[in-house]
Design a protein around this ligand. Sequence first.
Ligand SMILES: NC(=O)c1ccc[n+]([C@@H]2O[C@H](COP(=O)([O-])OP(=O)(O)OC[C@H]3O[C@@H](n4cnc5c(N)ncnc54)[C@H](OP(=O)(O)O)[C@@H]3O)[C@@H](O)[C@H]2O)c1
Length: 204
Amino acid sequence: MITVTIIGAGNMGAALASLAITGGNPVQVLARDEEKAQVHPSAATGVVGDAVTGDIVILALPYPAVADVLSTYAGQLDGKILVDLTNPLDFATFDSLVVPADSSAAAEIATQAPASVVLKAFNTNFAATLASGTVGDAPTTVLVAGDDADAKATLIALVEAGGLAAVDAGSLRRARELEALGFLQLTLAAGEKISWAGGFALTK
Ligand SMILES: NC(=O)c1ccc[n+]([C@@H]2O[C@H](COP(=O)([O-])OP(=O)(O)OC[C@H]3O[C@@H](n4cnc5c(N)ncnc54)[C@H](OP(=O)(O)O)[C@@H]3O)[C@@H](O)[C@H]2O)c1
């Protein structure tokens, strides 16, 4: 069991609250509006700016919102596992990412929160596949990248306890490839070539 704080209560925040609670973990959800934070009856709720209670903090936010939230919590996320699930698309063009080509959102976040242990995860999983546990006929698999083996093992255990598969995808440098995959998957769904309940699956 590990305490989890999810900042952001949209599609991903709600799916991840449910996943973590299914696995028996205490969950706190923080949103701008406390009513919106009520995504699961078993989750504690609050507003962004309230003290974070989780040892794992999941940023279930649009990438442009992350910097502000990190500055709100400056110093308060030190030592915690910080999970970045963003797909940092340029939504004006839908044709590129807003992070430098040789970097990633996760790497930028690690620079902004150097005393946290940053992991990239969930960005290649549409919210509906986290809830259903399947991508077509295949099980939903969460790819986890990061530089701290213990933190990755902790997040993988949390995902597995919630009933999904998870795979260690390598160091935080792999976040760049995960974000490229997430970007491609998003464009395929936006172009109606795949459904928002589908996407890439991993089979062993
Ligand atoms: N949806 C998916 O299937 C999926 C899959 C993989 C990755 N992702 C990534 O997951 C992240 C969240 O996606 P989502 O689909 O859950 O989005 P969403 O449903 O739009 O939810 C976004 C959440 O972020 C909050 N938020 C927005 N701007 C904020 C700010 N400046 N300060 C504080 N909170 C703010 C929103 O609060 P308000 O309600 O107050 O606006 C809402 O709670 C994105 O980075 C996306 O790229 C999504």
